[in-house]
Each structure stands twice: as structure tokens, then as C-alpha cells.
Design a protein around this ligand. Sequence first.
Ligand SMILES: [Zn+2]
Length: 312
Amino acid sequence: MSNGSPFPPPRRLRGTIVLAVLAAVLVAAGAGYLVLRSLRGGGAPPGAAHPAASASAGDGHRPDRKDGKGDGSPGNGSGAHSGKGNPHGSLKGKTVLIDPGHNTRNHDHVREIARLVNIGNDRKECDTTGTSTDAGYAEASFTLDVARRARTILRHQGAKVVFTQDGDRPYGPCVDERAAAGNRAHADAAISIHADGSAVGNRGFHVILPARVTAGAADTSAIVAPSRQLGERVAGRFVAVTGSAPSNYIGGGTGLDVRSDLGGLNLSTVPKVFIECGNMRDPKDAAHLTDAAWRQKAARGISEGITDFLTS
Ligand SMILES: [Zn+2]
């Protein structure tokens, strides 16, 4: 649960992520056959790159990536790289910030976490206790477990992984500190891991992207676009690896939401998203969230999305 106020209307993509990726793969397969006959040295054909990104165009502008390769530039290789067969790019030299949402001991520190902190455009609680399943499995336990599993995978890929908390603090940290941790680490990508607490029947995951916020200490102008690219890749991989459907109650089927009320996003200066992995209050989703094998898949989906973002 991401401690929210009312959700802003979701941005709609032109199609679902799944359909977009499928279409891009089909196009890439057909185009690749023709192009590879005439090109020497391989590389993906034009149009094969960034299938998820090219399907969104939600904000109408998509700056070139930091490596100087714009979407669709030949030789990028990300079209092939996005295939299921090659999730293992090297992350040597990359830093990933993982923020396990909440803290298992927050409920013992109600006063401390109720302190208001400045998130740029508002003041919010330092932190919240999070939600739990009906049987009492805490969101904070879930987030820490998935985060640790993702850390193992990303370290195996060569990444430096920084945590905001590792079950080693009496409470928190506060949301502003969670953002600052990624900034201090100069993280190449940052993700905050959560599970939602919504009504029974509301199912599936969604990824929350930062809105453009310029207020007080918040200025997300530079991270809105790369965060969307990160979020699209995480959502795409999460679908593929876990088999979970995008949320049926937020994001209009895209699995993506945009919010301006989260300090962890507002105060970030590095590309960052939140993921709500499922709804702890729905019995069917809860069955997944409490299953260690499913959590491993969730961690793999998240890690592969980050890897895609950092290597494409
Ligand atoms: Zn949460």
C-alpha cells in the first residue's frame, strides 16, 4: 500500500503491454528476417527496439535515452534483448536502489511514523504500517522478502544494490529519507516494493510512475520520462514471469498508474517507480503473495525489468 490519497486518472496506453510486446515481436520477427539478409554484423532491425516504450507515447514526447540511442535506432539490440531467451545482461557498474515498503516494526512506533515530512507539494506521514492479508501476513514482511530475493538476482548480474532498510531499523525510514537514499547512491534505477490493501475482487499488480511535480524540494522533470521507461519494462516482465494480470481496478488494464502524492517519487532525482505486486486483501491475490515460490517469480520479474531498463 502506498499511503495514498485519491488516485489521479490513469494515463491510458494505446494497447495493453502484452499486446504491444506481442505485436512488436511479430514485427521484429518479420522485419528481422528481411533485414538480417542484407545487414552484416547483426543488431536488431529498425523498429524492433523498445517495444513497450514505443507502444505507450502517453505523454507525446520521449527524449533519447542517456546512451544517445533513441527509440528504434538500429543496432540497439534491445528488441532481441527483450526476448525471453536473454534476460541476463551484465549490470556491472550499475547501482540499483531497492526500497522495501514500510517496516515490520512500524506498528510499535506509531508516534514516530506519524510525524509529517515535506514531500514538495504536501506534507505526509513519515511512514505507514502498510496492510496485511486477512490471515495476518504483513505487507512489510512481503516487501522485505521480495526485495531480498531481487537483490540476490541483481547482484548475480553484477549490480551494486542499495536498500533503504533491511529489517535493521526500529521503524521507517521516512518517505523523504527513502527518496534521499536513492539520490545519495546516484542509483541508475530505483524501485519501491509494495502490495496493496484494496477491496476483495480487486486483483493484479500495478506500477506507479512519478507525475511531473515541481514544488518546494520536489522536481521530477528529469525523471518522468526515464521512470516511465523503467516502469513499462518492470510491468512487462512482471506479467511475463509471474503470469499475473495487470490491475483490474487501477490503470485501465495497462498495469501503470501516475501519481503526484508519493514522497518517495516526488523527491527522487533518479529514475524510480513503485510496484504494488498484488492486493493483500483479495484471497486469490493473497494466495500468491503468501507463496514463497510466487514471491521468487515476483522478484525475478522486477529484476528482469530493471535489467532491461539498464541494458537497453
Ligand atoms: Zn505499501
